[in-house]
Ligand binder design. Sequence first.
Ligand code: BGC
Ligand code: BGC
Length: 646
Amino acid sequence: MRRTSRRLKPFLAVSALLVALAAPLAVAQTVPATPAAAWPKTVAIPADPALEERIRQLLARMTLEQKVAQMVQPDIRSVTPADVRRYHLGSILNGGGAFPANEKHATIADWVKLADEFYDASMAPGEGAVAIPIFWGTDAVHGHNNVIGATLFPHNIGLGAARDPDLMEKIGAATAQEVAATGIDWAFAPTVAVVRDDHWGRTYEGYSEDPELVSAYAGRMVRGLQGAAGTPAFLDGTHVLATAKHYIGDGGTKAGVDRGDNVADEQLLLDIHGQGYVSALNAGVQTVMVSYNSWQGWKMHGHQYLITEVLKKRMGFDGLVVSDWNGIDEVQGCSKDSCAAAVKAGIDLFMVPEDWQRFLANTIGQVKSGDIPQERIDDAVARILRVKIRAGLFDKGRPSTRPLANKNGIVGAADHRELARQAVRESLVLLKNGGVLPLKPRARVLVAGDGADNIGKQAGGWTISWQGTGNANADFPGATSIYAGIRAAVTAAGGTAELAPDGSHTRRPDVAIVVFGENPYAEYEGNVKALSLPNGSADLALLRKLKKAGIPVVAVLINGRPMWVKEHIDAADAFVVAWLPGTEGAGIADVLFRNPAGAVRFDFRGKLSFSWPKDGSQAPLNVHDDGYDPLFPFGFGLAYAERGSR
Ligand code: BGC
Ligand code: BGC
């Protein structure tokens, strides 16, 4: 079932003990009388009295059991359509690595069929119960990444370097179409984390260390996914619900520890970590996911002040707040199947992937015993219904009958792939060019490094599986590895491209392109102590070996965070940061090579959205810091007209 890293286990054991000791002492969290920061009021969708009346009528017909069941979101590995019919469950998700019938190679038709089965179960709830359409959420965080054959865009860290908010909206729209094609209603994206310490295993899920850039992107991505609020496109059949996550402060924990403590004061919490939410809420985002982290020692999943006072009241968020995967377990005195404190704090929908049945019974019991006020349940369910009504779920019909469902050519569509390839081109950051780039394609090109022909590696975490591991190139139909893209560009011009991960060659090439970097990871599995490459010395030896043989060397780094690679940069003639480009590896050759006639096809335009460290321990390192002294500053990125490095 749920994997727990070896590194995390001793920590979990100790914290479980501490929680057990602390539980009887758990006190109610103190809510500041006046907020210490001016959280802005946001408005995207004006109140609609008819809609509110419809919610009231639905609520009036629901039993307590049915209401609480609306608040529950199990994972498809642990729930069946029969359960949905029996308990009237309101939502499901597929976590990373969950597929219909546990079949990784499930087809689009399989996804839609399962969506129909759950939908049908929700609409035939049996005697006396109100039929409320279920909704299904998925982590479409860089395209519809759990689905074989989907277009995978660069992870957010690469999109940040592209500095192109218009592109975000297009990527959101393309992603929404691919999600809708599988009959799914909701994407758990965008991540609007402002990443302040790159030791964090989720650094690549963030657009930037800079709140301004995150703010410029968040709303546009939401608009792309959901359609523009106030227009007929909003949540129509080609759009899906979006989620701003993880509320709040996930990117600012001490030492970048996943699920750790963010100790910023309230003004900084708003100015840095809050900006993505302001932007997403103003674009009408309908759901917000709570974070695993704490703020000043208090776990967010139990944080009434930040969830209810700040997000819902001050900022005026009227959509639904969803918990993260077993996130309630993080709260002092709670477990995976029981957490009155989280309900009272203001969470509306509970991602209780496995222990949903006990959570349901426990929560119903807590309402009956008066521990959870009935009004809190009514508010939570009203919010869930509001979002379902706005998403048109009562009118859209069975998933298979919706406009894009099962439609050929949507998942992995040629125009989506073209968009992703454009995003790859725009995301590349050139750190050094000794004059070797741009390359002539009519040449003998050696392509080396373990990342050259490895689509799983170039796609990173949250790719088919949760950690992005265990995938082969055959798991990515329609995708292009970096090597395949180079080969296509070179052979079209009459050159040759030879693949040799270890750099071996029989005839001396005109140039070597070496692709190397981090292997896929997600969440806490990706936490690191130092920003150095896992296989760094072998990669360095390869660069040096080729260089020593007199071959011009172009280094291409695959990375989910800035890394200490000074020696690699020194060893190469040109150094390109490719981040985690996704399925369209051809975007790299587009920029590295001239066209057959000798003209530059695409210049570099990526600019660092994260500061680049001078050594493996230089973190936190963020633009506007006192004494800011990076190797490459925020905003750095060469174009062809500018030679050199630092
Ligand atoms: C992650 C979320 C994700 C959820 C569902 C959690 O572990 O933190 O980002 O949406 O799992 O897969
Ligand atoms: C699930 C992921 C989830 C993670 C949380 C995994 O087992 O598949 O979706 O985010 O656990 O820790």
